[in-house]
Design a protein. Structure first.
Length: 65
């Protein structure tokens, strides 16, 4: 299962390029695609993206799909 929201959230939190991460996935290994929502917690040192599954699927994640 390819969790697109999880990849997006991780890339935001660790400053990875989301397209590099997605392009590294072998499409033949993907049987399902999972979409979910995320929340953003804001702290003094910056934002932290949380894969919460309670929020709407964001436009960014839909575009990656």
């Amino acid at each position: 299962m390819l969790d697109i929201n999880n990849i997006y959230v991780s890339c935001q939190n660790f400053a990875y390029d989301v397209f590099d991460c997605l392009n590294a996935v072998n499409s033949e290994d993907v049987a399902e695609i999972h979409l979910a929502g995320y929340a953003i917690n804001t702290y003094e040192k910056g934002d932290v993206y949380i894969d919460d599954h309670g929020s709407k699927v964001s436009e960014q994640v839909w575009n990656l799909y």
